[in-house]
Design a protein around this ligand. Structure first.
Ligand code: SME
Length: 165
């Protein structure tokens, strides 16, 4: 069994660094991308405070389709360019949304969500893999340290995707 380690005295960058190491450990040697995505979502969701949803939307060649996640059931399909996820996918830029109610076109899956961060996931050949989406019930939950930390975590995940080919 995998034990999640959370050092509550650590700074946010330290927490993310530690989480990256745990993610590397949990993904190492496993080529199944869905299994890795499921464990990655569970690890992140249960290691950091104040989240109500954390998971993947995977690109099927046409649109984003919900993948492994933790949280309440979510919208299944999101077109590129739609909502925070579709915007991240289309622009290939991380979207850090302080208050989802101020983001035009935000797709409300869980009424409890008030802030959100979405990181685009791009394959080694430049094609779109999907997005990594985390929601919080608190306005302003995510800052630049979370952006850097989530992007570092996603880089660890995409290394595992690359290794599985
Ligand atoms: N809020 C997202 C939709 C996905 S859920 O948050 C899980 C969006 O606007 O794209």
């Amino acid at each position: 069994m995998f034990e999640i380690q959370t050092n509550t005295a650590a700074s946010k960058p330290e927490l993310y660094q530690d989480l990256c190491e745990q993610a590397r450990g949990i993904l190492a040697g496993e080529p199944n991308v869905i299994a890795n995505a499921a464990n990655f979502a569970a690890l992140v969701y249960h290691s950091l405070p104040d989240f109500n949803w954390a998971g993947f939307y995977l690109y099927d060649g046409t649109e984003l389709v919900v993948g492994p996640f933790q949280g309440k059931p979510a919208c299944i399909r999101i077109a590129l360019g739609r909502g925070v996820c579709g915007t991240a996918a289309e622009s290939r830029q991380t979207q850090l949304v302080r208050d989802v109610h101020e983001f035009e076109g935000h797709i409300a899956c869980d009424a409890a969500s008030n802030s959100e961060i979405v990181v685009p996931l791009v394959n080694a050949d430049g094609s779109l893999f999907g997005v990594w989406d985390v929601d919080s019930p608190s306005v302003g939950r995510f800052d630049d340290e979370d952006r850097a930390g989530m992007e570092a975590l996603c880089a660890v995940f995409m290394e595992a995707v690359k290794a599985s080919h």
